[in-house]
Design a protein around this ligand. Structure first.
Ligand code: EPU
Length: 337
């Protein structure tokens, strides 16, 4: 295992924040067999290098993270690894992918192998590991709908574990991994995908997308997504910066009385983008951080911004939403200091 010292994290976070980490190591699977056997050597090396004796951070594609200062510890990068398929009954196949793979690559691979059910998540940035930590979701599908099990190293019990989907306690952008920060290193995720393509067009924005094949639907979703979000090669961002807030009945009904056309989701979930937009933030910027003109839920880097600037803008937005709607916004992105 190679340990790098004083490394810039600029290439490792999609917001494009230029901080450094004291140490950086890459975890690579080796050999063949189960995920546990392929990652055993790498985990041993992390222990031998005393990587867990000081602060550490497991990083996927860095697409949901905002560094507010230099990291005084070790950043552990999960290397790309691979993907394979195994039969699961007559209608489905298990697609098992290593944590460091990009989720979008797994989606493309699955469609090429005539396996379906995950295409609505096309173009979500981030890795397979992050897909379960965050329970990522878009266009009516969440990772939890297709996750069969997750292989992880449990630093508390000091053993490899396989968690079934129901043991992962998935919720809206939530999971057991989020509730136990630092406890699990996700190494592999198995998705249950189907041999028959059944397009899921229930989400309002995609009801009329072309869907004669999974690849056609995937491409249409990719276009739709990139039409609304900043292109990563041009502007840094962390995708949706806030979660859509879930409120109590009284708040929900009071808001609906005031704003009958307000967009909303089942389960008293509101649209954070709409709330922020209504506060007049869309297209505005403070210093080197802006609110994306086509989707107010997205904060972006106008060039060379710091994590502190992102923090300041996100606080100003949350404070305005609280004042105008009495709704507390929570960040989906994670600040790391
Ligand atoms: N809206 C506004 N103004 C805005 C933004 C949105 O009025 O500036 C309105 C839209 O017109 C629409 C509603 O709010 O009526 C919802 O907007 P959208 O369909 O864009 O969905 P969202 O709730 O803002 C969520 C996810 C996205 C995901 C989309 C599509 C969260 C936090 N975000 O956004 O996820 O792609 O649905 O499924 O749940 C991500 O996680 O990075 C992400 C982009």
């Amino acid at each position: 295992m190679t340990v790098l010292h004083n490394v810039s994290l600029l290439p490792y976070n999609t917001f494009g924040i230029d901080v450094s980490t004291e140490q950086l190591v890459e975890v690579k699977p080796s050999g063949s067999g189960s995920p546990a056997s392929r990652y055993a050597h790498a985990i041993e090396e992390l222990y031998e290098g005393r990587m867990f004796d000081r602060p550490y951070l497991v990083l996927g594609a860095g697409s949901n993270i905002v560094f507010t200062k230099d990291y005084h510890g070790t950043v552990i990068l999960m290397s790309k690894g691979g993907v394979n398929a195994s039969p699961l009954g007559e209608e489905a196949t298990l697609v098992s992918a290593d944590a460091g793979m990009l989720l979008d690559d797994v989606i493309q691979w699955s469609i090429e192998h005539d396996l379906y059910g995950i295409e609505n998540l096309s173009a979500i940035p981030g890795t397979v590991g992050a897909s379960v930590v965050q329970n990522v979701g878009a266009y009516g599908v969440e990772a939890k709908d297709v996750v069969y099990c997750v292989d992880a190293y449990d630093l508390k019990q000091k053993e490899f574990v396989t968690l079934k989907a129901e043991e992962c306690c998935f919720g809206y952008r939530d999971s057991i991994f989020k509730h136990n920060p630092g406890r699990y290193i996700v190494i592999n995720v198995s998705y249950r995908l189907f041999h028959t393509f059944r397009p899921n067009l229930a989400y309002q924005a995609i009801t009329s997308l072309p869907h004669s094949s999974a690849i056609e639907l995937r491409n249409a979703i990719i276009d739709l997504r990139w039409n609304k979000l900043p292109r990563p090669e041009v502007y840094g961002s962390a995708g949706s910066f806030f979660k859509n807030p879930i409120v109590d009945d009284a708040t929900y009904n009071a808001l609906l009385d005031r704003y009958p056309d307000m967009p909303r989701y089942p389960g008293n979930k509101l649209s954070a983008g709409w709330l922020i937009d209504k506060c007049g933030w869309k297209g505005r910027s403070v210093g080197r951080v802006g609110v994306w003109p086509k989707q107010a839920l997205v904060l972006y880097n106008l060039g060379g911004c710091t994590g502190a600037e992102v923090f300041e803008l996100s606080n100003a937005i949350a404070s305005d939403v609280k004042t105008k709607f009495d709704v507390a916004l929570q960040c989906e992105a994670i600040f790391v200091d």
